[in-house]
Write a protein that binds this ligand. Structure first.
Ligand SMILES: Cc1cn([C@H]2C[C@H](O)[C@@H](COP(=O)(O)OP(=O)(O)O[C@H]3O[C@H](C)C(=O)[C@H](O)[C@H]3O)O2)c(=O)[nH]c1=O
Length: 327
């Protein structure tokens, strides 16, 4: 396989590339990444010299570049991780999210179609389904009802991906994951934000009443699921991927504080996020029954591993935190 991974210098993308090099060392991986504030070449330092790994600096909105990269590396498969992903930033800069997530995806699809790419996998999110009440789960058939500019941009991209399958016969899959956590996650997201703030004895901002619920998925389990979809996903299908570990934000923050031996007095309730989705929870029955995926990490194992990683990689996150990264 000659695989173009877009956004491979980000959190999930870099974990996925490491996963692929480990389990499919004979495949070529070309990582196209714009290196925005959240993309970090250090995330892939350990494999940067691998003979089957190549990095290209560039934007998925640049059709000419895509065209040239596909030719140069004889690309036959694409996985699109490239996206603006932080909900709070989408509230302050919605236009950027539409450009990258919607127009960027369409540009990639156009290149994939014109170059007869054999498979295109779009990495999406459970946020396209909107918000749940206190019970029920998102299935692949749940109607799309995105609430933030971020989730609306991802839902739009999903629809365009679908249209390239229906109209041009492009072989596509869409994966929709719940909240990821694990090594190399940028410390704007809740778990690494709480850990890094707490380790520096800074305040921990909890939005609103802290009772919003997220379903946590360890990033390596997510990568294994994408690998399965890439190799065995049925053309045109959507697969939900969730950790089936729901937690209220406030309980998660308290658990991390306990594990770090830090006081709960660091918690600071702050005004709620605009349009804040109350609850996400994924029904992952389809990928489990059709492709045989099973998460390998319990939440306890995953969070302990994540905490250990942030404790032993303080240079990585302190360098990032010394820059201005959130508007
Ligand atoms: C940054 C931050 C967040 N929160 C709350 C807001 C959410 O209820 C929860 C998780 O927030 P976070 O921004 O880490 O993640 P989500 O907004 O759920 O979205 C994430 O998971 C999905 C699947 C994606 O698709 C997104 O790309 C990804 O960013 O903690 C706080 O209370 N305080 C904070 O400082």
């Amino acid at each position: 396989m000659k695989l173009l991974v877009t956004g491979g210098a980000g959190f999930i993308g870099s974990n996925f590339i490491r996963h692929m090099i480990k389990f499919h060392p004979g495949d070529s991986i070309i990582n196209l990444d714009l290196l925005t504030y959240a993309g970090n070449p250090e995330n892939l330092e350990e494999i940067s010299a691998h003979q089957n790994y190549h990095f290209v600096h560039g934007n998925i909105c640049n059709y000419e570049l895509l065209d040239a990269v596909i030719d140069q590396f004889h690309i036959d498969t694409m996985v699109n991780f490239a996206a603006e992903s932080h909900v709070d930033r989408s509230i302050s800069k919605p236009g950027l999210f539409i450009t990258t997530n919607v127009l960027g995806t369409q540009t990639l699809l156009e290149a994939a179609k014109n170059k007869h790419i054999s498979k295109f996998v779009q990495i999406s999110t459970d946020e396209v389904y909107g918000s749940l009440g206190s019970d029920g789960y998102f299935t692949e058939k749940t109607p799309l009802a995105p609430n933030s500019p971020y989730s609306a941009s991802k839902a739009s991209a999903d629809m365009i991906v679908r249209s390239y399958s229906e109209t041009y016969g492009l072989n596509i899959n869409i994966t929709r994951c719940s909240n990821n956590y694990g090594p190399f996650q940028f410390p704007e997201k809740l778990i690494p934000l709480i850990m890094t703030q707490a380790l520096e004895d800074r305040e921990l901002p909890v939005y609103g009443d802290g009772n919003n619920i997220r379903d946590w998925l360890f990033v390596e389990d997510h990568c294994a699921a994408i690998d399965l979809v890439l190799h065995q996903g049925k053309p045109g299908e959507i697969y939900n991927i969730g950790g089936h570990h729901e937690m209220r934000n406030i309980d998660l923050v308290k658990l991390i504080l306990d594990k770090l031996n830090k006081p709960q007095s660091l918690i600071k309730q702050v005004p709620d996020r605009l349009g804040h989705d109350r609850r996400y929870a994924i029904d992952a029955t389809k990928i489990k029954t059709e492709l045989g995926w099973q998460p390998q990490y319990s939440f306890e194992t995953g969070i302990n591993e994540t905490i250990r990683w942030y404790l032993t990689h303080q240079n990585w996150w302190r360098k990032i935190r010394s820059r201005e990264y959130v508007d």
